[in-house]
Ligand binder design. Sequence first.
Ligand SMILES: Nc1ncnc2c1ncn2[C@@H]1O[C@H](COP(=O)(O)OP(=O)(O)O)[C@@H](O)[C@H]1O
Ligand SMILES: [Mg+2]
Length: 263
Amino acid sequence: MSAPRLDVDCLTVRFGGLAAVDDVSFSVAPGTVHGLIGPNGAGKTTTFNLICGLIAPTGGAIRLDGRRIDALPSWGRAQLGLARTFQNIRMFNDMSVLETLMTGMHANLAESLLASLLRLPSFRHAERAAIDKAWALIDFVGLTEAAHRRSGDLPYGDQRRLEIARALAGEPRLLLLDEPAAGMNPSETQALEALLETLKGRGVSMLLVEHDMRFVMRLCDQITVLNFGRKISEGSPREVRADPLVVEAYLGAKVARSLEAPP
Ligand SMILES: Nc1ncnc2c1ncn2[C@@H]1O[C@H](COP(=O)(O)OP(=O)(O)O)[C@@H](O)[C@H]1O
Ligand SMILES: [Mg+2]
């Protein structure tokens, strides 16, 4: 069997006396969407920060396609194909939508820096290709009309889709999404779900943190549930929502019942 896209093995981080992530293991199979859910403070964002290299673990291992990445700096992990979006949006306010997407391609463009300094024709080709790719991505996330607007002026849902497009610009092997639907209205949430569904259809592997349970249950192949930093459950959406530990710690009986009913 081939290595999982992402393998998190006995991951732990302590902040003072608190184990924010406590001996957590799970893996994401290539081409699947894996959910990471649990109440506020369960350690979901901290797990993302550990995977991306924003903070260092106290113990455990992280592998991307079988290769240890936990000692690499975050830029090194990005180069190997990790991309993420943030729970609290971080947009380049003064840049246009098109410019924002170009910043997501810096890794590819950097290779042609020498060519650009020497003004070689290959740089112009690379730049042209990057611009074409940016337009294709803008189109893909439905922001063509807004391409020249300041990204900071976009409605919230569009900013989040731009953030996803920017993460996709580097052609990641794994996309980490931290509460992408938070703060969205129902129609924005629906558009986001359709977008992620399309990405999934194209074989993009994703790790998804989200509180909208219908969204999570429809999109995810597998789900890991955290509570107080520890893994309390794992399985298919059906298995997880029927797990009494998950109902008690997170879902509540009413939500669990409503998820059984067709939407
Ligand atoms: N940098 C930090 N220093 C100290 N405690 C932190 C830090 N980051 C997160 N925590 C704590 O770790 C726990 C998990 O937080 P977090 O990962 O943000 O939870 P979630 O994303 O699941 O809501 C919380 O108790 C939070 O207060
Ligand atoms: Mg969080």
